[in-house]
Design a protein. Sequence first.
Length: 283
Amino acid sequence: MLVIDIRRRTGYLLATVIVVQILLISVQVNSSSGAPLIQTVTFGLFSRVQIGLSDGLTSLRDVWTGYFALQDVSKDNVRLRQEIASLKLRLQEQGAMVRRNESLRDLLAMDRSVDLSTVAAEVIAGDVTPWFRTLTIGRGAADGIQLDSAVIAPDGVVGRVVGQPAQGAAKVQLIIDRNAAIGGMVERTRVGGIVNGVEGNPPLTMNYVSNLSDVQVGDRIVTSSIEGIYPKGFLIGYIERVQQGPNLYQEIQVRPTVDFNALDHVLVVMEPPRMQELGEPSQ
């Protein structure tokens, strides 16, 4: 063990002597540039380390700068999306205002053109289901609205008031309700029948029209006032399909002219049809 220890110490001492001699020689020997060799070697080593550190710091700085740039872009995207959403909302509001003004203008023109006492009402709610098709208007008993008052629009007949009106609201049964019935006639031939709401497309049928009557696709169907509720001559819809029935009557499908999903305002007729209008149309 002692011999091995002496050999180790001798080896360490020899290595130290060799390193010291190399260093002394490096200090004394100059490189081709005239600088001491040790200085040149040391400078080369440290310069490589500095280059590596510099490249690493530059990459880190670029990553950091890119991160903040992405943060700015993300904030800009959020702001732009908010601005776009705000602009879309404004466009929708302006579109709704335009449609409202057009509806009111058409309603005013109709009110002036008909020889009837009417009250304009805003549609405040709707209930269009397969079983019941009604809407609620913002006029009621305080405005003179009564049970069975006829309700019309610039495009045609809407329905009638059902139930006892509240002071400031009333419920309207649409003519497309399956429980609704309205006296109608073919404007071209004055052939009469009963128009009923159905669960189908189109949502109206005209019943009790003889197989011998002159009825054609495209004919206008207007009110006949036979039920004593609707003024005579107001448009209900157009015949979309007609065929001979198995019994005595034709099967007639009618497309209403009113878009019940787009109603904003209506006119409520404040007087019943005049007695001279209640004559029964021809069959």
